[in-house]
Design a protein. Sequence first.
Length: 132
Amino acid sequence: NSGVAIAQGDLLAVTGSNASGGHLNVSIAKATSTGVLRDGMKLVAEHDIAIGQTGIAVSWLIQAYDTSASGTLGSVATGALLFLNSTGASKDTLSKTAAGAAHYNKVVGQVLIGASASGKILLCPSLTSGVS
């Protein structure tokens, strides 16, 4: 990975590959960055990945997520669309609102069980690339 700890469910941007082409290089995606962190192919970390280690990134993931008022995003309703955040920080890659003009504004996920401490979200950044 890119030299930062990656958490399960983090949205990742493909930044290249290793010398043999057998593994992708990734960094945490960021809506307001320029270049590949904003515009590159997006994947989801399937599990925590330690600094400098390899791991598995997938095109979609259903994840337990606190969608109640005390959760990271505050209360979010079932069916709400999720967007890429502008922080570029692990465990903080989602937003309830799009980043704004000239940034990455495509839908990256949807709330499956909302307003619950035991909520669920679907993350699928590459499958919704046509939605903005």
